[in-house]
Design a protein around this ligand. Structure first.
Ligand SMILES: C[S@@+](CC[C@H](N)C(=O)[O-])C[C@H]1O[C@@H](n2cnc3c(N)ncnc32)[C@H](O)[C@@H]1O
Length: 448
């Protein structure tokens, strides 16, 4: 086989894989992906002398083998736990007392770590009746998930107190306990195919650290399937490094303290707690869809005069996480009036204004924040986010650049820079910033 032939075959394989499973071959990983495909093709074709090279290269079994090599089936227990805790804290209470058990789907579950983590987190939150389906493109990953046996690497960073609750320990391996395994099932599934069904729909869908590997067109198709699988008012959680889904048809975005989460927009008003305020869901069919708290912040009185600034800010954070931006705004302003020096007050005020659906005021507040604290990379990142949300990518990109130069290790700043550059049509710049952000996130996860 000459070099040209192999190049052409690699192109053909990439195109098939991109069409069938949505993998993207753009960006800094592109060159490595090409090398992987070339090496695999050489090996597979050499093993079938006499057969037409093109039919060997494009045979389903070859494409499957290559896909296995290209997809990253990497995961670990309790990855991005904050989002699961948020769900338990804010959504679970609203589902209690229902007849049917909670139904959850982990889409792109790799070897099942996410599924068992969710089971353990739900149990810890007091839920006994739940069903979780874990699906992945990779057959071997699904088989490993069903086995439920893991090495130490999958448990890295895990709190020691969790281990005996979740696993039986053997010589160098850890087996998930039967009571968790009894409530979960696994299946192979391609996110570009029709989604699995649960009676009444899924209350929770996790699709974390998967969309980032897909082309924009495949992302849209996958998100449409995930949305379709949700119960009315069900929740979709993506990963910290995944693209923002704001504006995806049928989904409303809810900003929380740890990032955006999404809710199927045809549900009843969120009931995230006993004093939850009524709020507007996003219009079905799209639009910005950020949830706004329209109610007066009358549910809580002023902070106790002896409360410290830090205590006020903690209550403001809780209000924000419970989607009570009116209360959060008032408390953040109170903290700023008391000369909060930490930057938290500024950040909370901006987030509260965004959640209240007042983007212009949010931009003014974030501009004031970076003016007061010009060396605060987190505030510059936030400033870039609100500028982006108002469609001002021209101003957002330099703000995000400022954040990355102030703190080159801040993954979020690079990811926001990537979004700004994407909005400006700077594809190379976007891919570079996204790759740096992803790498930082992975490093953070490993060192945790
Ligand atoms: C990095 S892992 C994420 C695992 C887990 N969700 C987490 O956050 O730790 C990405 C997984 O997505 C799967 N995947 C990639 N493309 C897919 C597709 N089109 N359909 C279903 N799964 C896919 C891969 O096989 C891989 O196991």
């Amino acid at each position: 086989m000459n070099g040209m032939d192999l190049c052409g075959l690699v192109d053909a394989v990439q195109e098939r894989i991109s069409t069938q499973v949505g993998l993207s071959f753009e960006g800094p990983r592109g060159a490595i992906q090409r090398q992987v495909i070339q090496a695999q093709l050489r090996r597979i074709i050499d093993r079938h002398p006499g057969l037409p090279e093109e039919s060997v290269a494009l045979a389903p079994v070859t494409l499957r083998r290559i896909c296995e090599e290209l997809t990253v089936q990497e995961s670990f227990f309790y990855r991005e736990q904050a989002a699961l805790d948020w769900f338990c804290h804010h959504v679970l209470p609203t589902l209690r007392g229902r007849r049917r058990p909670l139904a959850a789907w982990s889409a792109g579950c790799a070897e099942g770590q996410e599924v068992y983590t969710l089971a353990a987190v739900l149990e810890h939150a007091g839920l006994r009746r739940y069903r979780i389906l874990g699906t992945d493109l990779s057959g071997p990953a699904v088989t490993a998930a069903r086995c439920g046996v893991y090495g130490l690497w999958s448990l890295r960073g895990l709190d020691h107190s969790v281990v005996p609750r979740l696993f039986r320990e053997g010589a160098g391996h850890f087996t998930v306990r039967e009571r968790f395994r009894a409530q979960v099932t696994f299946a192979e599934h391609n996110l570009l195919d029709a989604p699995p069904r649960a009676a009444g729909g899924y209350d929770l869908v996790l699709c974390r650290n998967v969309l980032i590997y897909l082309t924009p067109a495949a992302q849209r198709r996958a998100v449409a399937g995930l949305t379709e699988a949700l119960a009315p008012g069900g929740w979709l959680l993506t990963g910290a490094g995944d693209p923002l889904l704001d504006g995806a048809p049928g989904l409303a975005t809810v900003l929380t303290g740890h990032g955006a989460v999404y809710r199927r927009a045809d549900g009843p008003p969120v009931g995230a707690g006993p004093q939850e305020d009524a709020r507007r869901a996003a219009p079905a069919g799209g639009g910005s869809g950020i949830m706004h708290d329209r109610s007066a912040p009358a549910t809580a009185g002023p902070p106790h005069p002896s409360a410290t600034v830090s205590q006020i800010l903690t209550i403001a954070e809780e209000a924000l996480e419970s989607a009570r931006p009116g209360q959060a705004e008032r408390l953040a302003r109170e903290a700023l009036a008391r000369h909060d020096e930490s930057g938290r007050g500024h950040a909370l005020l901006v987030q509260a204004l965004v959640q209240s659906g007042r983007p212009a005021e949010a931009v003014r507040a974030s501009a004031r924040a970076v003016d007061r604290r010009p060396f605060d990379a987190a505030l510059w990142t936030l400033h870039a986010v609100v500028l982006l949300d108002t469609g001002d990518a021209e101003a957002a990109a330099p703000a995000a650049e400022r954040a990355t130069s102030l703190d080159p290790g801040m993954a979020q700043a690079h990811l926001v820079l990537a979004r700004s550059r994407a909005a400006l049509g700077d594809r190379d710049g976007e891919l570079h910033a996204r790759a740096v952000g992803r790498e930082l996130l992975e490093r953070e996860a490993v060192s945790r």
